[in-house]
Ligand binder design. Structure first.
Ligand SMILES: *Cc1c(COP(=O)(O)O)cnc(C)c1O
Length: 411
């Protein structure tokens, strides 16, 4: 039976104790035991997130005229994003509540652009099989057909096969930088050539890469071109609440030009309370998500991010070596914070279950079966522990303890 609301109020001190108690059954993410859902850049960053959020906890980004503070902070966050993503003069962006919001708005903009161009409906969207389900959600909301195209044997977008799926009603093509399942950057330059030749909107989903890849490049790693330097890129999503280490509820969506962006904005005045112009999906927008992002980005600065992202890539490189010694094969050549690795003999889903028993909550790939890690700076301190537990898991599974997870769920 569900419990109704208590008749009497309770002192917050009592509630707080209970709330902390309730978290004890959760994954021990503060100990680095999860490599999904949470990004841990250290206690100091968490403190900046919190304090930065609290200062504008009650303010509302819906009312920029009332809160010019938030308007300015959002503009500065967007400005930092544009410069990190090498956007050309005239490019614009907005903060949204998350990657799904950013992607939905990009699809909406592309949809309205396609309509303005007179493209015949019903529309379709062509994307690699590895692209995020947020595109399917957006497409479902707008009755757009989704055309997922199998990736190449190296797990990257198959540009030739995508070309075969494009027709007069294609309103968008997608490439990921990187894809969530494999952590690999799709051939954005080739997708751009195709998009330009066929006159199709290209969206780069850099939700999980947009705020790590620029710093990895600054740290001296060569990446394939993936951002606004690639001329066919019309829009790009990048999540602040992932490798930007900002409080949750913060992402960015960027457009090459104001003309493209204008198709995103919703403007409605036919109701009894005045004209309402909302750039993104949300009405009320938490001021704290904006102020917290502003605070974290200024707290870390380019140098801080370069250091944090170096910790991530160091952790990834050490894990790559460790898992290779255990006979695993890393999928492709990941260069950012996500990696996946398969095993030629051992049941990955059984290994996952052993690791889970040791408190690790990470992810799984299904095609091929692979263990999946989305690493944070903090993981650098627990690489040894992870590899020890993985070695133990391998021994257990080799020893015949092979009961396995039966369903792979990302959420
Ligand atoms: C996380 C992610 C998204 C969706 O972002 P949310 O903030 O979870 O809505 C989209 N694309 C990729 C590649 C992602 O990793």
């Amino acid at each position: 039976m569900t419990q109704g609301m208590p008749k009497h109020g309770t002192a917050f001190s009592v509630l707080k104790t209970e709330m902390i108690e309730r978290g004890r059954g959760d994954v021990q993410w503060r100990d680095g035991k999860t490599a999904v859902y949470v990004f841990n850049a250290g206690e100091d960053v968490t403190e900046v997130q919190k304090q930065g959020y609290l200062l504008y906890l009650s303010e509302n980004g819906l009312g920029p005229a009332a809160f010019p503070s938030l308007k300015k902070m959002e503009a500065e966050v967007v400005g930092m994003g544009l410069s990190l993503l090498q956007a050309p003069e005239g490019a614009v962006g907005h903060m949204t509540s998350g990657g799904t919001d950013s992607i939905t708005m990009a699809v909406k903009a592309a949809r309205d652009y396609a309509r303005a161009q007179g493209q015949p409906e019903p529309f379709n969207l062509v994307l690699p099989y590895s692209a995020h389900p947020a595109f399917d959600k957006a497409a479902a909301l707008m009755s757009i057909e989704i055309r997922r195209v199998a990736t190449r044997p190296d797990y990257l977008a198959d540009v030739g096969a995508m070309a075969d799926q494009i027709d007069d009603s294609t309103l968008m093509m997608v490439g990921s930088a990187p894809s969530f399942p494999y952590g690999l950057i799709d051939p954005i330059a080739d997708l751009s050539d195709l998009a330009t030749a066929r006159n199709v909107w290209l969206h780069v989903d850099a939700c999980v890469g947009g705020y790590i890849a620029p710093f990895v490049e600054m740290n001296g790693v060569d990446l394939p071109p993936w951002d606004f330097r690639v001329p066919g890129v019309c829009s790009l999503s990048a999540d602040l609440h992932k490798y930007g280490y900002c409080a949750k509820g913060a992402s960015t969506i960027f457009y090459r030009s104001e003309a493209l962006r204008d198709h995103m904005i919703f403007d409605q005045k036919d109701w009894p309370a005045g004209r309402m112009v909302t750039p993104t999906l949300a009405g009320t927008r938490p001021g704290g998500a904006i102020s917290s992002a502003w605070a974290v980005m200024h707290y870390l600065g380019i140098e801080g991010y370069c250091q944090k992202q170096q910790s991530v890539t160091r952790a990834r490189a050490r894990i790559e070596m460790g898992v290779a010694e255990l006979g695993f094969e890393v999928l492709g050549a990941p260069k950012l914070g996500i990696m996946a690795f398969s095993h030629p003999e051992l049941d990955i889903f059984a290994l996952y279950k052993r690791l889970f028993e040791r408190g690790w909550v990470t992810s799984l790939c299904t095609q091929p079966k692979a263990l999946h890690l989305m690493l944070s700076p903090f993981h650098e301190t627990v690489v040894g522990q992870y590899l020890t537990d993985l070695t133990w898991a391998v021994e257990q599974v080799r020893g015949g303890i092979t009961d396995a997870v039966t369903e792979v769920r990302y959420s």
